[in-house]
Design a protein around this ligand. Sequence first.
Ligand code: MG
Ligand code: MG
Length: 270
Amino acid sequence: MVYYKTTAEIELIRKSCLLVSATLAEVANFLKPGITTRQVDILAEKFIRDHGAVPSFKNYKGFPFTCCISVNDAVVHGFPDNNELKEGDIVSVDVGAFMNGYHGDSAYTFAIGTIPDDVKKLLRVTKESLYKGVEKATVGNRVGDIAFAVQEHTERRHGYGVVRELVGHGLGKHLHEDPQVPNFGKRGTGLKMKEGLVIAIEPMINLGKKDVYYDTDGWTVRTKDGKPAAHYEHTVCVQKNKPDILSSFDDIEASEKANSNLDASYLSMV
Ligand code: MG
Ligand code: MG
């Protein structure tokens, strides 16, 4: 069942999304070598609750934390833990917030200090692929057009692995609604999108092969070849001419620019 949102509902979802974005910007300011991902999770939970919202993921199907925090070869759904982050790690933080009856959902992969050039490129290309998918979220296009755009840029153009087992999704009153939004597929297939469809577009892209496995905790998804993976996610509302991106990376990117020695090419958008 696909729910199309009213203008009032879209604005409430935007509020939840912008709180998630602000949470991720707090995380961006906080991350550095020596920090544990458990500390990141505590910070995020406090920030979300201090702003009158509830973490969407906590207790969702038994998930025990506020954030999914996935380091290096962990693709998504990682458990925050007491291991210290170190220079050269990448860390994907996925957060949801529930407020006024609606969820917001966004994710970002952060670099801890200087990371290898091939991993830096993985982050850049994965983020580019997110925007290439987002571009297709307009009335009359199909979900397969989004999927194709992401796969085209990451797998066919750069030879990365596109995770098949996990996909983006509709959201609103529920964290996961129809339709599923894969990061692979054929143009011109799938649901024809109408105005007011709100979807999370979230490429999960591996530096190496596409194959993944579940860790013994039953949640953490890791690459089989042990190579790093990136994950970026925006919540987007389908509109006539131009998609409306309800979450924002602006403050995260400003923080990255201020705090890191990343070069300009990493920060440039498509
Ligand atoms: Mg998410
Ligand atoms: Mg999501």
